[in-house]
Design a protein around this ligand. Structure first.
Ligand code: SF4
Length: 423
């Protein structure tokens, strides 16, 4: 889980060697020229934006800095291999996700043990409908994200640096059980929550799971990894709420400790994915297939339908066809209603008729568990129907489970197995 962790091909080794020579020569611009020539596709970074002096010292002292996992040393430059942005950083640079920096030839994360947000949420809010229904997840996030979604509902944290959400001066505030009802703004800014603290707080609040959410756990990979590992050792489950833009090796390494995931599939068109999210559709499809093959992580797919971007019925039909063919008919899909936000505040909310049409298409295509989110007035938006006898077996009122007619994961009426993790 460091530079040695990445088995690389001979061709890749030649690429990295060339980029490393450029780094050793101290030539930032040469790095970019070689990178472009070799189509290494690293993300846009923030040159010279790493913290220095007193700020760096304070973050180190707090324990909010940790050497990155999954990266390559290229002379004095480094390349992060956690997500497909594959940021190449010369000394003093900050990464695309804003969370990682190159300090003197070593990659560090600044998003460690310093959540800017935490909350106890029902798992239905993630949303996960086929995973421990009615249970809660202790949910945490740091600043930073690997994407730049035009519609981000958490852009205040996802598009911030960790230093903009936290304060390393003054006395540290360490959260341990018993957890107070509220924290002041200053306590939140100075809060340290190390992996062992996250687990003990989750247990003290009777949360069977920890959710890594709000921004994206890929951007705070090292914190997520260490917390997941500690949680697994202490019989607490782990949930990733993610855009799914992660390198396969990093996913497989983290995935051994993960129990469930919510993965966004933000559309089914490569150009739109780039324009709307700065992501790659093919990457997400590959990760969904990897998760399916891994088999140890229960996951559900979420598709936010945004007017003019992802509301084309033909596109939705192709997407549903791909899901059935590659993930099978039992993978739940949630069509979520868009509300005007951030850089798309000029668009209207998704019309209910489009959401209902998407549900109809998904069912016609063969998907068995289809839901509509953010639209409480739509009939049966959150109802699970038995695919065999077609009775309503789980009903939900927004995030509350109001009916649960399951016996050990089987329909109470016809005894058919219902896909999911139920206990
Ligand atoms: S996780 Fe962050 S630093 Fe690493 S490649 Fe992705 S954007 Fe770059």
């Amino acid at each position: 889980m460091s530079t040695n962790h990445n088995g690389i091909s001979r061709r890749e080794a030649i690429k990295y060697c060339l980029a490393g020579m450029a780094g050793a020569a101290g030539g930032g611009s040469l790095v970019w020229l070689i990178r472009d020539a070799l189509r290494m596709n690293p993300g846009e970074v923030f040159p010279g934006d790493a913290p220095t002096g007193e700020l760096w010292r304070l973050w180190h002292e707090r324990g909010w800095v940790k050497e990155g996992y999954h990266y390559l040393k290229l002379g004095r430059n480094v390349q992060c291999k956690v997500c497909p942005n594959n940021c190449i950083l010369t000394p003093g640079d900050r990464s695309h996700c804003r969370n990682k920096v190159n300090k003197d030839g070593t990659l560090y994360t600044l998003a460690y043990a310093n959540p800017c947000s935490f909350h106890v949420d029902p798992v239905e809010k993630k949303p996960l409908f086929h995973y421990l229904p009615g249970s809660t997840a202790f949910s945490i996030a740091t600043a930073g994200c690997v994407f730049r979604c035009l519609n981000c509902q958490n852009w205040e944290i996802s598009q911030s640096k960790p230093e903009e959400t936290k304060d390393a001066t003054g006395a540290e505030y360490r959260l341990r059980p018993p957890v107070p009802e509220t924290l002041s703004y200053q306590e939140m800014k100075r809060l340290s929550l190390f992996p062992e603290d996250v687990v003990s707080v989750a247990k003290s609040l009777s949360c069977p799971s920890i959710a890594y959410t709000y921004s994206d756990p890929v951007a705070f990979y090292e914190y997520t990894y260490d917390t997941c590992k500690h949680a697994r050792e202490n019989k607490v489950k782990n949930i990733l709420v993610t855009c799914g833009s992660i390198d396969e090796r990093a996913l497989r390494d983290l995935g051994q400790y993960v129990d469930a995931a919510h993965v966004d599939l933000k559309g089914f068109d490569e150009n739109t994915y780039w324009k709307l999210n700065t992501g790659s559709l093919q990457t997400i499809l590959d990760i969904l297939k990897t998760l399916h093959r891994m088999g140890n992580i229960w996951f559900e797919v979420i598709n936010l339908i945004i007017p003019t971007y992802s509301d084309n019925p033909e596109m939705i039909k192709r997407m549903c066809g791909w899901l059935v063919e590659n993930l099978g008919p039992d993978r739940p899909i949630h069509f979520s209603r868009f509300h005007p936000l951030y850089k798309l505040s000029h668009l209207p909310p998704t019309p209910v008729a489009i959401l209902e049409k998407a549900r109809e298409i998904a069912r016609m295509t063969g998907l068995r568990y289809v839901y509509i989110g953010n639209a409480p007035d739509v009939a049966d938006a959150g109802t699970t129907f038995c695919p065999n006898c077609h009775r309503a077996i789980i009903e939900r009122d927004i995030f509350a489970v109001t009916r649960l007619d399951l016996d050990a994961g089987r329909c109470k009426y016809c005894q058919s197995t219902i896909a999911g993790v139920w206990s």
